[in-house]
Ligand binder design. Structure first.
Ligand code: C2E
Ligand code: CA
Ligand code: CA
Length: 693
């Protein structure tokens, strides 16, 4: 009995102990912070779940897998359990009522309360997943970046590079991993530069700038690179991150742009700014080596005619051809540049003396330019005028040399073109005077400083007044009465001849009408026209308007044009002459005999008069040639049905000779100098008394 009692107490105690153990186990199970779920097989009823699992079950008691997993995931999960009796770290996206969460499921098959069951734990991995996605994104960015990226360890051993890096260097990841960036070092820059870059990256934590690297093909290329040092918590450099992009194209563009900025588009020769730069260098060098530098200003003679008559594209081709000739005339290292238009400037470096320059210019440059240029199957001929200034004789600075070469070129033009002139001191003062005159001339018309003087033209036999030539003078406030020889060329070159010429025409018309109105008679007035005026498209209209405004009869106005001017643009001039004739204006050829007019051309111009050049008249008495020419011109004029005028008649013998030769009209000091209008009016009256048929 006692034993019996004892036994039942023991059993009771054991049961109590078991009960305690079961409770403890359950408590332990409940206390595990890992979500645990036991589900039955095959219906998947939830047999047990601990508190942390409630979050995942959300009250589902039968088959939580059905709504929690996607159908394929659920199928795979149970397949694994069936095959292996377990599933480890099975990654799922768990579908809750409100949200979806990433989890790793680990499951074991077991017998639970004598029932076939599955124990599943849930490990939430949302944050890991997010990190993983970020990493994947970074990897994509890294690979997809158009910038080359290279990551090295603290010892500069390459850990990884991206595709852009491989593309621009030609090295694949496999080839370059484990190497150092030394492999890419280019000899386009000193080695010290490379060292310096790393030194800065280490000491300052970063470096950026331009740098040349070498591709695996050996070719160097420029990049813009940024290097950052990455430090650990203990401040050790653990990595270097290098981000770079290829700037070869940008460099090439920059070069193209700077080439464009420094070269003339038409000829590809250096332009003014590059020429000045080259001259600066040439002067520095010449100073050190005690050598000379030649500065040549070259202007093509009568280029404008070619351009105007044959068209701009022919003109352009000719300029290109000339630039080639110039290049072949000079030595390697000399500079041939174009300043625009038909102006070229050459710098001859390090020459010994003026003779050497003259040799180059006279033996090579001028002859090469004069050789025919074949343009579109046609041979064009051109010459040039060259002005030369030599360092240090004619200036030691750029500006002076340029200005003096320009003045010398001007002089070369003046002395008949097709030649070269060295600069001289007289040229300098002449150039300065020319500049002063141009500046003052700008205001001469508006300030009423211009005057017309009139020189009578008389009938050869009777001395009867046939007309007057209007000759311009400039009443300059400081210089006094300036003759046209000193300012007409300046006016032509500066374009001022257009307003000046318009004033002259207007004034001549006004005067003609005034004499008539005052009862002095209808005196024809002749006006000299310059080439620039002839090329002015508004000339015709301006003449017509002025004639009308001043109430002057067109036949009372004569235009004097020089022979050479006529021959410059034959076809357009013939047309213009016909239009002028249609207005009723009288036309005469001035300074006849000095040009080279072709008689066949002359015939085509609707002209009325020839004016024999003064030089023939002046020398006629002493020089039988000039007498012969004078007679020939008179004969020729008459054959063509023209009146012939002789000017510069100073002596009575000349008058007699001309009368004998049959000349029609005379003009010269013998009759009168050019006179201001009031004196001219007096002369008319006095002469009327003398003249007789
Ligand atoms: P040009 O048209 O041949 O004018 C004749 C020049 O010879 C005038 O000089 C006149 O004063 C001068 N002369 C006249 N008779 C004699 C003489 O018997 N002996 C000498 N030694 N000379 C004589 P000027 O007035 O100094 O004019 C010079 C040139 O200036 C003109 O030559 C003409 O080409 C130009 N010119 C004058 N006035 C004008 C004008 O209004 N417009 C334009 N475009 N040019 C003008
Ligand atoms: Ca004249
Ligand atoms: Ca003349």
């Amino acid at each position: 009995m006692l034993a019996q009692l004892n036994h039942s107490r023991l059993v009771e105690q054991e049961m109590a102990a078991n009960e305690r153990a079961a409770i403890a186990q359950r408590e332990l199970l409940e206390a595990i912070p890992i979500p645990l779920v036991v589900t039955a097989i095959p219906q998947h009823e939830v047999l047990h779940s601990n508190v942390p699992a409630q979050h995942w079950l959300e009250g589902r008691s039968i088959d939580p897998w059905l709504s929690g997993l996607s159908a394929p995931a659920r199928a795979r999960f149970f397949q694994q359990l069936a095959d292996q009796g377990a599933a480890n770290e099975f990654e799922v996206l768990w579908q809750g009522a409100e949200s979806r969460n990433w989890a790793l499921l680990s499951a074991r098959r077991l017998l639970y309360q004598a029932q076939d069951a599955v124990l599943t734990t849930f490990t939430p991995i949302n944050s890991l997943k997010a990190m993983e996605e970020r990493l994947a994104l970074w990897a994509k960015v890294f690979e997809a970046s158009s910038e080359s990226i290279m990551i090295t360890d603290g010892e500069r051993r390459i850990i990884t590079v991206n595709r852009a890096f491989s593309r621009s260097t030609g090295y694949s990841f496999e080839e370059i991993a484990g190497q150092t960036p030394e492999l890419l070092r280019s000899d386009r820059q000193p080695d010290a530069h490379f060292e310096e870059i790393w030194r800065v990256a280490v000491t300052r934590g970063s470096w950026q700038g331009e740098l040349w690297l070498r591709r695996n093909t050996g070719e160097s290329f420029p990049l813009w690179a940024v290097i950052n040092a990455v430090r650990s918590d203990s401040d050790q450099i653990t990595h270097f991150i290098v981000v770079a992009h290829d700037i070869s194209e940008r460099k090439a563009n920059e070069q193209r742009i700077s080439h464009l900025a420094q070269h003339d588009v038409l000829t590809d020769l250096p332009n003014r700014s590059l020429c000045v730069e080259r001259l600066r260098l040439a002067l520095q060098l010449a100073e050190r080596q005690a050598r000379r530098v030649g500065v040549l200003f070259i202007d093509l003679d009568r280029f404008k005619n070619i351009n105007d008559s044959l068209g701009h594209h022919i003109g352009d081709s000719l300029l290109r051809s000339v630039s080639r000739s110039l290049l072949s005339a000079v030595r390697v290292g000399d500079t041939v540049s174009r300043f625009g238009g038909d102006e070229f400037v050459i710098i001859l470096n390090g020459v010994a003396d003026a003779d050497e320059i003259l040799q180059i210019v006279n033996q090579r440059l001028i002859p090469l330019i004069r050789q025919p240029h074949e343009i579109e199957g046609v041979e064009l001929h051109i010459s040039c005028s060259v002005g030369i200034a030599v360092y240090p004789e004619h200036g030691v600075d750029i500006e002076t040399l340029m200005r003096n070469a320009d003045a010398a070129m001007y002089q070369a033009k003046f002395s008949g073109r097709n030649n070269a002139q060295f600069f001289s001191i007289e040229m300098e003062s002449r150039a300065r005077e020319r500049l002063d005159i141009e500046n003052d001339l700008r205001h001469a018309v508006e300030r009423g400083e211009l005057r017309l003087f009139y020189q009578p033209r008389v009938a050869c036999r009777s001395n009867r007044l046939l007309g007057a030539e209007a000759l311009v003078r400039w009443q300059h406030p400081r210089l006094g009465l300036v003759p046209p020889g000193r300012f007409i060329t300046v006016a032509e070159e500066s374009g001022l001849i257009v307003p000046v010429g318009a004033w002259i025409i207007d004034e001549a018309c006004r005067q003609q009408a005034e004499w008539r109105d005052r009862g002095l008679g209808d005196i024809p007035v002749s006006v000299n026209l310059s080439a620039v005026q002839l090329g002015d498209p508004s000339l015709l209209e301006q003449l017509a308007t002025t004639l009308q405004a001043r109430r002057t009869k067109p036949q009372m106005i004569e235009l004097e044009l020089t022979e050479s001017l006529l021959m410059e643009n034959v076809d357009s001039n013939i047309a213009l002459f016909h239009a002028l004739k249609e207005l009723g204006i009288v036309l005469s050829i001035d300074d006849f005999g000095t040009g080279y007019s072709s008689l066949s051309y002359l015939n085509r111009f609707p002209i009325d008069k020839l004016k024999i050049d003064q030089s023939f008249v002046r020398d006629m008495l002493d020089d039988t040639n000039d007498l012969a020419i004078t007679r020939a011109i008179i004969g020729l004029g008459h054959t063509l049905g023209l009146k012939v005028v002789a000017e510069g008649v100073e002596h009575i013998e000349e008058k007699q000779m001309l009368a004998a030769a049959g000349c029609d009209e005379l003009q010269g000091y013998l009759f009168s100098r050019p006179l201001p209008e009031d004196e001219f009016a007096r002369w008319i009256k006095a002469n009327a008394a003398l003249a007789g048929d």
